[in-house]
Design a binder for this molecule. Structure first.
Ligand code: MIG
Length: 691
């Protein structure tokens, strides 16, 4: 059951695709109060209530005990004290003795979610705009609540199958020659690879939709050459457009009035990578179409994958902010300052980035109304995704595209994926990577993953190796690192062969992962679920913070501690552990429900398959196109016959016909012998364990 309640004059966000009637009775369970410009929803928490949701954010899978704030932020240190990351995923579900219920706050402004932080027994949600559409959700189960919610927000974006391929990326790859070199190093060593990403350095002085003609003298020729080797490039597009007369994006946008303006009607200027930059008003549909069509230039050169960055929007400083800081410095220079003056002076400069003062300086137009940026802040990144998606769809309507964004809001899940932003080469960030996944899935963001190995700071060979062992399962599988950090391509490390072997498992799992991803999108389901969703009555399972259910049949439990050679795992039911070293080399060990210590050498990682279920594994491949999805090995632990459906298609048609792509795989175990049948598939059942 979903019931919509409107308070004040809600600002339209486009999150909901199936409009719901407005209810006029009182919202169940929550105490709603309007006053002092804010709107609050209060709920008394019971001792055992669990809280799920809030998508991409810090801390646990169970969100209880911290305070979060929907305020899309460019943050490069995802530490526990933070309240916001890049996204506003305002769905929160409560589960306990009162059943399963929750709220989705549809509002593009700041919303605070105090989840038992101020008082352990109270949840308080505060809309700083003082208005919103609030959707009260009640269901028999957590997954039921998610499905109902997902149904009204519309189907998730799906990448082409090759979007599941391994992506090698780094801020700092400069030229076609350098990218060729990276590609060669992978291919020569048979390290699987599908996509090379191009960060801001490919552009001509950081101007969107340009590329440096010296570093990329023939972009199309270069892309064709890579394609012949089953490789693609994925250039970045930033939100800020360089102020430079003569640049077509700047000139056209200025002429047509497409950039965000200040109160006095002049265009707002902020500094980002290109230096002085202006910000397209993505909240306007005409601006989205214009900006989206700019992607066609890259697509004509053969690009079909793009990432959108800096779209919170990140603003290093504004002209006004800089002036104010200089004025402060001038004022203080004339006297003998005290320490507090010194702190003020320092803050005047360090506090300039992504400042609230700047977010109050410019305006947007949304559905014909003018809004100051801070009131609609969280829409910006998602609307940029819509612009990019419009561009990519209109260029090749019959095909899917790869697109992921840093900033997001519910609604943009229909148009693109997200990556988890600027993490660090910290062990705790493997775990954070895992913990963010279910919340993002709840809000429809299925095509997602984190910078494997860590973006900031220097990675180490063991950290990268363990992180890849989680990345094997995430739809976006990208190794990305920041300029100035240690080089992070797999082949730079002593243990590169083991990491290559880990990647073979990814490619062998793609038929299963692709099938589960498409099914999750079409059926409004999650790819990754907390154990609480599948085993709500198991007191131990509901609080597990370092394992996730994956698809219909599996559970993952990565190693995330340095120097560990194994880990404890909780099995909520009997499962088959597949301990992988490579796609060809693995053990299958039946295990019983309960707690277990599992030995895992540096090159080993587990996948658990529920008893009674089976999954397919393909043979080796170095790119997605070379995967033979017709000849599969089945893994599982079966007592009786089992049946599952596998989805497949040409991997890129824009229209998904689920029924047409499903193949029923029927596995029979009789008198100790296994047989499996499925139309058009060759199945090897030698790895089915009989219970
Ligand atoms: O201010 O384009 O999150 O992935 O490498 C940094 C350079 C800007 C932030 C992105 C990161 C990217 C980097 N960008």
């Amino acid at each position: 059951m979903i019931r919509r309640y409107d308070y004040g004059e809600p600002i339209p966000t486009g999150a909901i695709e199936l409009p719901q009637p407005v209810c006029t009775d009182q919202m169940p369970r929550f105490t709603v109060a309007q006053g002092e410009g804010v709107l609050t929803f209060r709920l008394t928490l019971e001792e055992d209530d669990l809280i799920f949701g809030l998508g991409e954010n810090v801390r646990g899978i169970n969100k209880r005990g911290h305070i979060y704030r929907a305020w899309n932020s460019d943050d490069f240190a995802h530490t526990e004290d933070k309240r916001s990351l890049y996204a506003s995923h305002n769905l929160v579900l409560f589960s306990g003795s009162r059943g399963v219920f929750g709220l989705f706050i549809d509002d593009p402004g700041a919303v605070t979610f105090d989840m038992g932080y101020t008082r352990g027994d109270e949840a308080v949600i505060t809309c700083e705009n003082g208005s919103c559409s609030a959707y009260y959700i009640e269901a028999d189960s957590l997954i039921g609540a998610v499905k109902e919610f997902r149904h009204i927000i519309g189907r998730s974006y799906l990448p082409p199958k090759w979007g599941l391929g391994y992506i090698q990326s780094r801020w700092g790859y400069r030229s076609a020659d350098e990218l060729r070199e990276i590609a060669r190093n992978h291919r020569e060593r048979h390290i699987p690879l599908d996509i090379l990403s191009m960060d801001i350095d490919y552009m001509e002085r950081f101007k969107d939709f340009t590329w440096d003609k010296q570093l990329f003298p023939d972009l199309k020729g270069f892309i064709d050459e890579l394609r012949a080797d089953d490789l693609r490039v994925m250039p970045i597009i930033d939100a800020g457009v360089k102020v430079e007369a003569g640049d077509p994006t700047y000139d056209e946008g200025m002429e047509k009035g497409y950039f965000c303006k200040k109160e006095d009607g002049s265009v707002f200027v902020g500094a980002v990578w290109p230096g002085h930059a202006v910000f397209p008003d993505f909240l306007r549909e005409d601006v989205r179409r214009w900006f989206g069509e700019k992607y066609h230039g890259l697509m004509e050169a053969g690009v079909d994958a793009v990432w959108n960055d800096m779209n919170e929007p990140a603003i290093f400083y504004s002209l006004e902010g800089l002036e104010e800081a200089y004025a402060k410095a001038d004022e203080l220079r004339s006297r003998n300052i005290g320490v507090y003056d010194y702190f003020d002076l320092k803050d005047a400069f360090t506090g300039m980035s992504n400042s609230m003062a700047d977010y109050r300086r410019f305006y947007h137009e949304l559905d014909g109304k003018r809004y100051r940026h801070d009131r609609v802040h969280n829409l910006y990144g998602g609307m940029m995704t819509k612009a990019g998606a419009y561009g990519m769809r209109s260029f090749a309507p019959e095909k899917r595209y790869v697109l992921f964004s840093r900033s997001s809001i519910v609604g943009a899940h229909r148009d693109g994926g997200v990556w988890q932003g600027d993490n660090n080469a910290w062990w705790s960030h493997i775990l954070l990577n895992l913990r963010e996944l279910p919340g993002m899935n709840m809000c429809g963001f299925l095509y997602t993953g984190a910078d494997l190995g860590g973006f900031g700071q220097n990675t180490t060979e063991d950290l990268l190796q363990r992180w890849l062992q989680l990345g094997v399962f995430t739809p976006v599988m990208r190794n990305h690192s920041a300029m100035g950090t240690r080089e992070q391509e797999i082949y730079r490390f002593r243990n590169w062969e083991q990491m290559r072997d880990t990647l073979t498992v990814r490619y062998a799992l793609i038929p299963y992962l692709y099938s589960e991803l498409v099914k999750a999108a079409v059926k409004d389901d999650m790819l990754f679920r907390p154990l609480a969703f599948d085993y709500p009555r198991d007191k131990q399972a509901v609080r597990v913070e370092d394992q996730l259910m994956l698809g219909g049949a599996c559970m993952i439990a990565p190693v995330y501690e340095q120097n560990a050679r194994g880990r404890y795992v909780y099995l909520p039911e009997d499962m088959l552990m597949v301990r992988f070293r490579s796609a060809q080399d693995y053990d299958c060990i039946p295990m019983t429900k309960g707690h277990h210590w599992i030995d895992l050498a540096m090159n080993e990682f587990p996948l658990f398959i529920r008893k009674g279920q089976a999954i397919p594994l393909a043979g080796g491949a170095e790119c997605v196109a070379a995967i033979d999805a017709k000849s599969l090995t089945l893994l599982g632990w079966l007592e009786h016959g089992t049946a599952f459906t596998l989805y497949d298609d040409d991997g890129e048609c824009a229209k998904i016909d689920l029924e047409a792509g499903l193949t029923l795989v029927d596995v029979q175990v009789r008198e100790g012998r296994v047989s499996a049948r499925a139309d058009g598939l060759t199945l090897d059942t030698a790895r089915i364990v009989i219970g």
